[in-house]
Design a protein around this ligand. Structure first.
Ligand code: ZN
Length: 331
């Protein structure tokens, strides 16, 4: 979509609206104000215990339907110069809607932007996912590229009332906290890769250069129907999001930020991009946010996103068509 939100106190840009059965997921980015407070600390952003106010969203259409949303996950750990947010909006949009009026509000402030769906048509097309032969340089001792963490060991002593007081306090979450306990460190390759990606992710302006509506449907992968809805190209990197509605090994991976953190991609000119997971959430839909460097070349027409074999032991490649749909339905 690529629509700024004029009048909002921080530079905020609406990027994409994913329409699922029964609800929609709105993605938007925010350049925080000049004085980021403690409340914007990445760990707290992850848990949603923010003092800063996330907007309530109300979307109205030219069919007079009203759709209300609350901010879901987001925050983008370790990239506090650019915050990526998601909001879940319900109910879903009517098929015949042509205009979306998107209102954001916090007490004392409202802002609005209008999306014309004839110029931003809903996009949906299949993408080919192929198994990839060969192995990558996965390190079995690495929390990112190694196999899944074993489930936490159960206490070997039988539970008893007299033991309750002695239950040790849970460890505080680490900076890159994940919901699945995994004490393994990242291998050098994964660590260096993440450092390079996060170091490059410093915005020079409030908006991406372009947002490509992919609507790529990958079919059933890792136990769920996965989609890559859109791709945002920034001056020195690009972001995409892989989302699915439910379960399977994809859900396990998305519940843990450290898992499957190292990604790669190629375009049709053979240019190589390296990527890292920058966020994940199971609010609304289960998804993983990825950032690749460098910026996507302007003449790339396809992008092959290579799923790390750390997800289920098997490498896969999803081929995405970056060109506009030839006969986009102007719904
Ligand atoms: Zn690794």
């Amino acid at each position: 979509m690529h629509a700024p939100l004029p009048g909002w106190p921080t530079a905020t840009t609406v990027l994409a609206l994913e329409v699922w059965d029964g609800f929609s997921e709105l993605s938007y980015v925010e350049i925080p104000g000049p004085k980021p407070s403690e409340a914007q600390a990445p760990a707290r952003a992850m848990t949603g215990r923010l003092d800063r106010r996330l907007p309530n969203w109300v979307v109205t259409t030219d069919l007079d339907t009203v759709h209300r949303g609350v901010a879901g996950g987001g925050g983008t750990p370790r990239t506090e110069k650019l915050l990526a947010w998601h909001a879940t909006i319900a109910p879903s949009l009517p098929d015949q809607a042509r205009l979306l009026h998107m209102h954001a509000s916090i007490p004392g402030t409202t802002a609005q932007t209008t999306i014309d769906l004839s110029t931003h048509p809903m996009t949906r097309r299949p993408a080919v996912v192929a198994l990839r032969a060969g192995t990558d340089d996965a390190d079995p001792a690495c929390a990112s590229c190694g196999p899944p963490a074993l489930p936490p060991r159960q206490a070997e002593q039988p539970p008893g009332i007299e033991l309750d007081w002695a239950t040790p306090a849970p460890q505080p979450p680490s900076a890159d906290a994940c919901l699945v306990p995994d004490s393994r460190r990242l291998c050098v390759t994964c660590r260096m890769n993440a450092q390079a990606v996060f170091a490059a992710k410093v915005p020079t302006g409030p908006q991406p250069d372009r947002v490509i509506a992919l609507g790529a449907q990958l079919g059933s992968v890792f136990g769920t129907e996965l989609v890559i809805p859109s791709l945002a190209v920034w001056p020195s990197w690009f972001d995409l999001r892989i989302a699915g509605p439910s379960s399977g090994s994809w859900a396990e991976v998305s519940h843990a930020l450290k898992r499957a953190g190292r990604w790669t991609a190629h375009d049709d000119h053979g240019r190589f991009y390296r990527g890292a997971a920058t966020g994940s959430s199971s609010v609304g839909v289960v998804h993983k946010d990825l950032t690749f460097i460098p910026a996507l070349a302007a003449d790339a027409t396809t992008l092959a996103v290579e799923f790390p074999s750390a997800i289920d032991g098997q490498g896969r490649t999803a081929s995405l068509d970056l060109r506009p749909e030839p006969d986009s339905p102007s719904r």
